[in-house]
Write a protein that binds this ligand. Sequence first.
Ligand code: SF4
Ligand code: SF4
Ligand code: FES
Length: 229
Amino acid sequence: MKGTISVKRDGKWVTFSGEYEATTPVTVILSELNSRDPLLDVKGREVEPIEWECSCGQKVCGACAMVINGTPRLACSTFFGEAGPDIRLEPLSKFPLIADLKVDRTQMYDSLSEMKLWLDEGVDAKVRNIDLQYASASCMLCGCCLEICPNYTGRGKFFGAAGMNACFRIADQLDGAAKRARLKEFARHGDSGCSKSLSCGQVCPQNIPLAVLISRMNRDRIISRFIRD
Ligand code: SF4
Ligand code: SF4
Ligand code: FES
Protein backbone atom coordinates (compact mmCIF):
# COMPACT_ATOMS: atom_id res chain seq x y z
CA MET A 1 0.00 0.00 0.00
CA LYS A 2 1.37 3.41 -0.98
CA GLY A 3 1.47 6.25 1.51
CA THR A 4 3.29 9.27 2.87
CA ILE A 5 5.22 9.80 6.09
CA SER A 6 5.48 13.40 7.30
CA VAL A 7 7.98 14.22 10.05
CA LYS A 8 7.98 17.49 12.02
CA ARG A 9 11.43 19.04 11.72
CA ASP A 10 12.14 22.51 13.11
CA GLY A 11 8.42 23.31 13.07
CA LYS A 12 7.91 22.30 9.41
CA TRP A 13 6.77 19.06 7.81
CA VAL A 14 9.21 16.99 5.79
CA THR A 15 7.27 14.43 3.76
CA PHE A 16 8.44 11.13 2.27
CA SER A 17 6.65 8.59 0.14
CA GLY A 18 6.84 4.83 0.40
CA GLU A 19 5.04 1.55 -0.03
CA TYR A 20 4.45 -0.67 3.01
CA GLU A 21 2.50 -3.67 4.22
CA ALA A 22 -0.41 -2.99 6.59
CA THR A 23 1.51 -4.85 9.31
CA THR A 24 4.64 -2.69 9.05
CA PRO A 25 5.27 -0.78 12.30
CA VAL A 26 6.21 2.90 12.20
CA THR A 27 9.65 2.03 13.63
CA VAL A 28 10.37 -0.16 10.61
CA ILE A 29 9.16 2.60 8.28
CA LEU A 30 11.54 5.09 9.93
CA SER A 31 14.42 2.62 9.65
CA GLU A 32 13.61 2.03 6.01
CA LEU A 33 13.53 5.76 5.29
CA ASN A 34 16.90 6.26 7.00
CA SER A 35 18.39 3.39 4.98
CA ARG A 36 17.76 5.31 1.75
CA ASP A 37 20.92 6.85 0.33
CA PRO A 38 20.36 9.61 -0.47
CA LEU A 39 17.20 10.29 1.53
CA LEU A 40 14.89 12.34 -0.70
CA ASP A 41 11.63 14.03 0.30
CA VAL A 42 8.50 13.87 -1.90
CA LYS A 43 9.79 16.82 -3.92
CA GLY A 44 13.07 15.04 -4.65
CA ARG A 45 15.17 17.22 -2.33
CA GLU A 46 17.95 15.53 -0.38
CA VAL A 47 17.38 15.80 3.37
CA GLU A 48 19.19 14.70 6.53
CA PRO A 49 18.32 11.31 8.10
CA ILE A 50 15.47 11.38 10.63
CA GLU A 51 16.48 11.57 14.31
CA TRP A 52 14.38 9.27 16.47
CA GLU A 53 14.78 6.71 19.24
CA CYS A 54 14.09 3.00 19.45
CA SER A 55 15.50 0.21 21.55
CA CYS A 56 13.43 -2.93 22.13
CA GLY A 57 11.12 -2.71 19.10
CA GLN A 58 8.50 -4.65 21.03
CA LYS A 59 6.63 -2.33 23.40
CA VAL A 60 8.90 -2.77 26.38
CA CYS A 61 11.28 0.19 26.70
CA GLY A 62 9.12 3.21 25.83
CA ALA A 63 11.91 4.87 23.83
CA CYS A 64 9.90 5.17 20.60
CA ALA A 65 7.05 7.25 22.07
CA MET A 66 6.03 10.09 19.75
CA VAL A 67 2.90 11.86 18.55
CA ILE A 68 1.39 9.87 15.69
CA ASN A 69 -1.46 11.52 13.80
CA GLY A 70 -2.01 13.78 16.81
CA THR A 71 -2.01 11.12 19.53
CA PRO A 72 0.91 10.05 21.74
CA ARG A 73 1.74 6.43 20.91
CA LEU A 74 4.59 3.97 20.61
CA ALA A 75 5.97 3.81 17.07
CA CYS A 76 6.84 0.12 17.44
CA SER A 77 3.23 -0.86 18.14
CA THR A 78 1.57 1.45 15.61
CA PHE A 79 1.13 -0.11 12.20
CA PHE A 80 0.87 1.32 8.70
CA GLY A 81 -2.52 -0.35 8.19
CA GLU A 82 -4.11 1.55 11.08
CA ALA A 83 -2.20 4.85 10.97
CA GLY A 84 -1.73 5.16 7.20
CA PRO A 85 -1.80 5.77 4.37
CA ASP A 86 -0.72 9.29 5.36
CA ILE A 87 1.11 9.34 8.68
CA ARG A 88 2.19 12.44 10.59
CA LEU A 89 4.95 12.09 13.18
CA GLU A 90 5.83 14.72 15.79
CA PRO A 91 8.00 14.65 18.90
CA LEU A 92 6.43 14.58 22.37
CA SER A 93 5.89 18.27 23.11
CA LYS A 94 6.12 18.15 26.92
CA PHE A 95 9.85 17.36 26.91
CA PRO A 96 12.84 19.36 25.63
CA LEU A 97 13.42 18.63 21.96
CA ILE A 98 16.76 17.14 20.95
CA ALA A 99 16.07 16.80 17.23
CA ASP A 100 13.19 15.69 14.97
CA LEU A 101 11.37 12.97 16.98
CA LYS A 102 13.95 12.67 19.75
CA VAL A 103 13.29 14.30 23.15
CA ASP A 104 15.03 14.46 26.51
CA ARG A 105 12.90 12.80 29.19
CA THR A 106 15.27 13.49 32.10
CA GLN A 107 12.66 15.69 33.83
CA MET A 108 10.39 12.65 34.23
CA TYR A 109 13.15 10.56 35.83
CA ASP A 110 14.09 13.48 38.08
CA SER A 111 10.49 13.84 39.26
CA LEU A 112 10.38 10.19 40.41
CA SER A 113 13.58 10.80 42.31
CA GLU A 114 12.12 13.95 43.90
CA MET A 115 9.13 11.92 45.10
CA LYS A 116 11.56 9.50 46.80
CA LEU A 117 10.02 6.53 45.04
CA TRP A 118 12.07 3.70 46.39
CA LEU A 119 11.91 1.24 49.28
CA ASP A 120 14.42 1.98 52.00
CA GLU A 121 16.86 -0.74 52.97
CA GLY A 122 15.47 -3.20 55.52
CA VAL A 123 11.88 -2.06 55.09
CA ASP A 124 9.20 -4.69 55.70
CA ALA A 125 7.47 -4.37 52.32
CA LYS A 126 4.08 -6.02 51.79
CA VAL A 127 2.33 -6.73 48.52
CA ARG A 128 -1.35 -5.96 49.00
CA ASN A 129 -2.92 -5.46 45.60
CA ILE A 130 -0.99 -7.94 43.51
CA ASP A 131 -2.94 -7.40 40.27
CA LEU A 132 -2.65 -3.63 40.47
CA GLN A 133 1.02 -3.88 41.45
CA TYR A 134 1.67 -6.07 38.44
CA ALA A 135 -0.13 -3.68 36.09
CA SER A 136 1.62 -0.66 37.60
CA ALA A 137 5.04 -2.29 37.23
CA SER A 138 4.57 -2.54 33.48
CA CYS A 139 5.08 1.24 33.19
CA MET A 140 7.98 1.88 30.83
CA LEU A 141 8.18 5.63 31.43
CA CYS A 142 7.31 6.35 27.82
CA GLY A 143 5.73 9.72 28.69
CA CYS A 144 2.55 9.25 26.60
CA CYS A 145 0.39 9.96 29.68
CA LEU A 146 2.25 13.23 30.28
CA GLU A 147 1.93 14.30 26.67
CA ILE A 148 -1.88 13.92 26.68
CA CYS A 149 -2.36 15.39 30.18
CA PRO A 150 -3.93 18.88 30.05
CA ASN A 151 -2.29 19.81 33.35
CA TYR A 152 1.27 18.55 32.86
CA THR A 153 3.69 21.17 31.63
CA GLY A 154 7.04 19.68 32.59
CA ARG A 155 7.54 22.59 34.96
CA GLY A 156 6.23 23.02 38.47
CA LYS A 157 5.31 20.42 41.05
CA PHE A 158 2.74 18.34 39.19
CA PHE A 159 4.38 15.14 37.95
CA GLY A 160 1.38 13.59 36.19
CA ALA A 161 0.22 9.99 35.89
CA ALA A 162 3.71 8.51 35.49
CA GLY A 163 4.61 9.86 38.94
CA MET A 164 1.30 8.87 40.52
CA ASN A 165 1.57 5.35 39.12
CA ALA A 166 5.07 4.88 40.55
CA CYS A 167 3.96 6.42 43.84
CA PHE A 168 1.14 3.88 44.11
CA ARG A 169 3.60 1.01 43.63
CA ILE A 170 5.75 2.12 46.54
CA ALA A 171 3.05 3.39 48.93
CA ASP A 172 0.99 0.23 48.50
CA GLN A 173 3.86 -1.81 49.95
CA LEU A 174 4.34 0.36 53.02
CA ASP A 175 2.69 1.01 56.36
CA GLY A 176 2.66 3.71 59.02
CA ALA A 177 4.90 6.76 58.75
CA ALA A 178 6.68 5.51 55.62
CA LYS A 179 3.37 5.13 53.81
CA ARG A 180 2.13 8.53 55.00
CA ALA A 181 5.32 10.14 53.67
CA ARG A 182 4.68 8.70 50.19
CA LEU A 183 1.00 9.70 50.34
CA LYS A 184 2.15 13.23 51.11
CA GLU A 185 4.33 13.16 48.01
CA PHE A 186 1.33 11.88 46.05
CA ALA A 187 -0.83 14.75 47.32
CA ARG A 188 1.82 17.35 46.54
CA HIS A 189 3.00 16.12 43.14
CA GLY A 190 -0.07 14.26 41.92
CA ASP A 191 -3.50 14.79 43.33
CA SER A 192 -3.26 18.56 43.88
CA GLY A 193 -2.58 19.11 40.17
CA CYS A 194 -4.77 16.38 38.66
CA SER A 195 -8.19 17.41 37.35
CA LYS A 196 -9.25 13.78 36.74
CA SER A 197 -9.77 14.14 33.02
CA LEU A 198 -8.52 10.55 32.81
CA SER A 199 -7.12 10.98 29.31
CA CYS A 200 -3.85 9.49 30.60
CA GLY A 201 -5.48 6.07 30.88
CA GLN A 202 -6.79 6.32 27.32
CA VAL A 203 -3.33 6.54 25.79
CA CYS A 204 -1.24 4.38 28.13
CA PRO A 205 0.26 1.72 25.82
CA GLN A 206 0.32 -0.75 28.71
CA ASN A 207 -3.33 -0.16 29.59
CA ILE A 208 -2.38 0.50 33.20
CA PRO A 209 -5.62 1.23 35.12
CA LEU A 210 -4.44 4.71 36.05
CA ALA A 211 -7.89 5.90 37.17
CA VAL A 212 -8.10 2.99 39.62
CA LEU A 213 -4.60 3.64 40.97
CA ILE A 214 -5.22 7.36 41.36
CA SER A 215 -8.51 6.84 43.19
CA ARG A 216 -6.95 4.13 45.39
CA MET A 217 -4.21 6.55 46.42
CA ASN A 218 -6.76 9.25 47.10
CA ARG A 219 -8.74 6.91 49.30
CA ASP A 220 -5.63 5.89 51.25
CA ARG A 221 -4.57 9.53 51.61
CA ILE A 222 -7.93 10.53 53.10
CA ILE A 223 -7.99 7.51 55.41
CA SER A 224 -4.45 8.28 56.59
CA ARG A 225 -5.65 11.67 57.86
CA PHE A 226 -7.95 10.03 60.36
CA ILE A 227 -6.48 6.63 61.13
CA ARG A 228 -2.93 6.23 62.43
CA ASP A 229 -1.49 2.70 62.44
S1 SF4 B 1 1.79 5.18 32.88
FE1 SF4 B 1 1.58 4.32 30.80
S2 SF4 B 1 1.67 6.12 29.47
FE2 SF4 B 1 2.47 6.76 31.45
S3 SF4 B 1 4.67 6.52 31.32
FE3 SF4 B 1 3.85 4.60 32.18
S4 SF4 B 1 3.52 3.26 30.42
FE4 SF4 B 1 3.78 5.33 29.61
S1 SF4 C 1 -6.40 12.24 35.11
FE1 SF4 C 1 -6.14 13.92 33.63
S2 SF4 C 1 -5.14 15.57 34.82
FE2 SF4 C 1 -4.90 13.67 36.00
S3 SF4 C 1 -2.91 12.84 35.35
FE3 SF4 C 1 -4.48 11.88 34.02
S4 SF4 C 1 -4.59 13.18 32.19
FE4 SF4 C 1 -3.52 14.36 33.81
S1 FES D 1 11.15 0.62 20.85
FE1 FES D 1 10.83 -0.04 22.90
S2 FES D 1 8.74 0.44 23.25
FE2 FES D 1 9.01 0.92 21.15
